[in-house]
Design a protein around this ligand. Structure first.
Ligand code: PHE
Length: 340
């Protein structure tokens, strides 16, 4: 049997290991030069056919050759792994100096913003904020406000009745206005009492200017000597603060079951500035060419209401008012469809 040229085997192995360009190639080199079927493996297997002395000599050299190649292999593997990691770091590099993506900022809804503005003006006048339930009893929403059972405001068309626990319909309603908060607040607190009450209200109504749910702000002032002059002064101040300092305001006689006398308050149209005219000789669409916009309902609280809450109408007088927040927001921000 010819003496295998171990030096040549080792030299070939080292070359293959050194030449391996990546980890896959290195695995192939290992397979080719160190596995059982490699030249080195062949030599190792041939040991069995040698006599003892020759086997021991060649065995030792084979072991040396294997150790050498394995050391080379490990060194080259470390090198290639470092190269691979470096390449990965380059490829996946993150530029931490790039500006971040700014998330879009939310904004306060125009209805919320308008409610806050309204409430703030009254807080500045010494009013306190009170809230009431959106599911009301018939008594608070209607009866205590002097709205008799046969009053047209209670008709099925504009009131959302809900069933009470025992299945009976008609005793609970989604409040149709914030006026029941007047009753609740007066029951809870004695006069003098200055209250502003924002909240959601519900009516069975839906078109470009009406939604089934909308917002109102109620307000009232009860004290020992409150006159219609206070009503005019407070509401004129409020309207000029919320719209414009020199805004024209007018008070028209009206009717509400819970106020006497009652008024509807108009402001000069904020779209056409009261002219009633739009561009190109057409009429202003918002005020229907009248130059005026209805904006508030108000009046002196009816003595009958004071009796319902246990106030003495001989001692106490007051005024109340209510307004729709969407309408004011739409005028302030020039929105012509409530559904927007
Ligand atoms: N509650 C009335 C409405 O919803 C408005 C109002 C409030 C009128 C207070 C007078 C006094 O139409």
């Amino acid at each position: 049997m010819p003496t295998p040229d171990l030096d040549a085997v080792v030299a070939a192995g080292r070359r293959a290991i050194a030449d391996a360009a990546d980890l896959d190639a290195l695995r192939e080199a290992e397979q080719a030069h160190l596995a059982r079927r490699s030249p080195l493996g062949e030599v190792q297997r041939s040991l069995g056919g040698l006599d003892e002395q020759a086997r021991r000599d060649l065995g030792r050299r084979v072991n040396q050759a294997r150790t050498t190649l394995q050391a080379e292999l490990a060194a080259r593997r470390a090198e290639l792994e470092a190269e691979r990691d470096q390449a990965l770091l380059e490829a996946e590099r993150v530029d931490v100096t790039l500006p971040g993506r700014v998330p879009p900022r939310g904004a306060v809804h125009p209805v919320t913003r308008t409610t806050d503005e309204i409430v703030d003006i009254f807080i500045g006048l010494g009013y306190r904020v009170v809230e009431g339930p959106e599911v009301e009893t018939d008594w608070y929403n209607f009866q205590a406000l002097n709205i008799a059972p046969d009053h047209p405001a209670r008709s099925m068309q504009d009131t959302l009745y809900i069933e009470s626990g025992d299945g009976r319909a008609g005793e609970l309603v989604l409040r149709t206005h914030t006026s029941p908060v007047q009753i609740r607040a007066m029951q809870e607190h004695g006069a003098p009492l200055y209250v502003i009450a924002p909240g959601r209200v519900y009516r069975s109504d839906s078109d470009a200017t009406h939604t089934p749910m909308f917002h109102q702000v109620e307000g009232f002032m009860v004290d020992s000597d409150i006159s219609f002059g206070h009503l005019k002064g407070v509401l004129t101040h409020f309207l000029q603060r919320i719209f414009r300092n020199d805004l024209a305001v007018r008070f028209r006689p009206s009717f509400f079951p819970f106020t006497e006398p009652s008024a509807e308050i108009d402001i000069q149209c904020v779209i056409c500035n009261g002219s009633g005219k739009a561009a190109e000789g057409r009429g202003c669409r918002v005020c229907k060419a009248s130059g005026w916009l209805e904006i508030l309902g108000a009046g002196m609280i009816d003595p009958q209401v004071f009796k319902f809450v246990g106030y003495d109408p001989e001692q106490i007088s007051g005024f109340a008012f209510g307004m729709g927040v969407e309408r004011i927001a739409m005028l302030k921000y020039g929105i012509d469809d409530i559904r927007l």
